[in-house]
Design a protein around this ligand. Structure first.
Ligand code: NAD
Length: 356
């Protein structure tokens, strides 16, 4: 197969980690007889420096036309003081909106080799942590009306949380489609005991679940979910929820699985094209030193193969290669324990690529 990938290296450690992901993609393409063509484009601080805006029109065009987009990270102290409308992160939000990406997938997976880096007790981690949170990305309270008014001599602030049936149904379908490729279990998270928006969420989720008789389905209140993620995360396979609940639960979920440098994410819309990136930022403190952990970005590339290209065996080959590199003791500084092989960003990329 031939696929076109737009590559947004971004700022800070972005170019270093993206290089390693491309190295692993090239090795995978060679092994499986595919051809990946890469189009580099500017986003974030690099784009502000070159074009005065964080998301140039050519970048958005190149992303829309691609089969998938691979991103490093954006931002850094150099651009902290620029006007909010042209901040690097504004470019990222505009890119997600411009590509119509409404579903954010964040896997929470504990690598058994890194068990000691989870803050959870050993007996909890022992049962395994391997679930995906599917978060609605373009609706809910972050996109509702926000206003601060005055009443009886004091300020009153209001944020509106609203969801329509079609917004709920499309994200719930994303969760079911992913569950079919995993262990076949969806947990829909809401606050239906209090919120109307959550009661509608639950009604639509239950109705949609009927179209997926092979996937087991249950509802869970968000407060209970927050508790269950630390009590017994092994019970979850795919968790689907609205924007703000997902924002909070994904941070909790990534923390229980260990280092920030290990976790990928994907943002998807109606088509096959998606945006794939690690969850961390541009790590200015270690940028340019060949110290960053490229595994989050390499695993984001694996998600790209699975969700945008339907290349399940290829995605699995990358994930297995990461496992084997960890088995052999390769560790970047952020995940190094006493006695392991401490390697650079490029050496970790080489180690993973060699194991495909
Ligand atoms: P960060 O994620 O960049 O870094 C937090 C800490 O984790 C740092 O100590 C860093 O060295 C370490 N770290 C992060 N990724 C690592 C990796 N792959 N390997 C090893 N160590 C790693 O968060 P921050 O310092 O709060 O933000 C830095 C910049 O990144 C800011 O400008 C912020 O706005 C931006 N940011 C961008 C994104 C994105 O592009 N999606 C996300 C978050 C933050």
């Amino acid at each position: 197969m031939e696929k076109r990938i737009t590559v947004l290296s971004g700022d800070g450690i972005g170019p270093e980690i993206v290089n390693e992901a491309v190295k692993v993609l090239d090795r995978t393409a060679a092994k499986f007889g595919h051809r990946f063509a890469y189009t580099p484009a500017l986003l974030g601080g690099a784009a502000i420096d070159a074009a005065g805006v964080p998301l140039p029109d050519e970048t958005l065009g190149a992303c829309r036309e691609a089969d998938a987009v691979l991103l490093g990270a954006v931002g850094g102290p150099k651009w902290d003081m620029v006007d909010k409308s042209i901040r690097p992160e504004t470019g990222l939000l505009a890119l997600r909106a411009g590509m119509g990406l409404y579903a954010n997938l964040r896997p929470s997976r504990m690598f058994r080799q890194l068990r000691e880096s989870s803050p959870l007790r050993a007996d909890i981690v022992e049962k395994g942590i391997d679930f995906v949170v599917v978060r609605e990305l373009t609706g809910g309270i972050y996109f509702g009306k926000h206003e601060t008014t005055e009443r009886n001599g004091e300020k009153v602030a209001t944020d509106v949380l609203s969801y329509s049936e079609h917004e709920i149904e499309r994200i719930v379908r994303v969760a079911f489609d992913i569950a079919k490729k995993r262990r076949g279990k969806v947990t829909s998270v809401d606050k239906a005991n209090v919120l109307d928006s959550s009661r509608l969420w639950r009604e639509v989720a239950e109705r949609t679940a009927k179209d997926y008789p092979d996937v087991s389905f249950s509802n869970m209140l968000v407060d209970n979910t927050a508790m269950q993620i630390v009590r017994d995360p092994s019970q979850f396979d795919v968790v689907v929820t609205e924007n703000m609940f997902g924002d909070i639960l994904t941070d909790e979920a990534s923390m229980v699985a260990g280092s920030i440098g290990m976790i990928p994410s994907a943002s998807l819309g109606d088509g096959k094209n998606g945006l794939y990136e690690p969850i961390h930022g541009s790590a200015p403190d270690i940028a340019g030193k060949n110290l960053a952990n490229p595994i989050g970005t390499i695993l984001a590339a694996a998600m790209m193969l699975r969700y945008s290209f339907d290349m399940e065996a290829e995605a699995k080959a990358i994930e297995d290669a990461v496992e084997r590199a960890l088995d052999e003791g390769y560790r970047t500084g952020d995940i190094a324990a006493a006695g392991g092989k401490r390697v650079s960003c490029s050496e970790m990329g080489d180690a993973v690529a060699a194991k495909i």
